[in-house]
Design a protein around this ligand. Structure first.
Ligand SMILES: [Cu+2]
Length: 135
C-alpha cells in the first residue's frame, strides 16, 4: 500500500517534466530579451524620468505587460558605486516601455540595474544600462 502514492507522485513528476520540456522548447529564451534606454541622457536634478523599453531581440518588438523592477541606480561607471539613488516605478508608460523616477544628484554616468519577468518565460531578464546625467 505504501508504493501507491509514490507511483502516483512519480508518474505526475514524469508528466510534468514532459510538459515542461515541450513548452520550453517551443518558447523563446529569456536571453532573447533586453532593455534599452529610450533616452540616453537626463538632466541632473530631482525627480527625473527614465524610460526604458523591453525588447524581444528575436522579433524586434517591444514586450508589454512584463513585471519590471529597478534594483539599483548608482554611479559605478564613474567609480562612485556608493553613490546610489532611489528609483521609483511610475505608471503611464506606453505598452512595452517602463518608466521610473529618480533623483540624479550629480552630473555624470549612472548605472541602472533592471530585472524583468516576462509572461510565459522562465527565468529573469537582468540588464545594466548606463544613463548620462547632464548639467
Ligand atoms: Cu557621483
Amino acid at each position: 500500500m505504501k508504493t501507491l502514492p509514490y507511483a502516483r507522485a512519480l508518474r505526475a513528476a514524469l508528466i510534468a517534466a514532459a510538459i515542461g520540456g515541450t513548452s520550453t522548447a517551443a518558447l523563446a529564451d529569456i536571453k532573447d530579451y533586453k532593455f534599452e534606454l529610450v533616452d540616453q541622457t537626463v538632466q541632473a536634478g530631482p525627480d527625473k524620468t527614465i524610460t526604458v523599453r523591453l525588447m524581444n531581440t528575436k522579433t524586434g518588438k517591444a514586450v508589454p505587460d512584463a513585471v519590471v523592477f529597478a534594483t539599483r541606480l548608482d554611479m559605478a561607471p564613474d567609480a562612485m558605486q556608493e553613490m546610489a539613488t532611489k528609483v521609483t516605478p511610475m505608471p503611464g508608460a506606453e505598452p512595452g516601455t517602463y518608466k521610473f523616477k529618480a533623483t540624479f544628484g550629480m552630473a555624470g554616468r549612472w548605472q541602472l540595474s533592471l530585472g524583468a519577468k516576462v509572461q510565459g518565460e522562465t527565468g529573469t531578464v537582468e540588464n545594466k544600462l548606463v544613463i548620462t546625467a547632464q548639467k
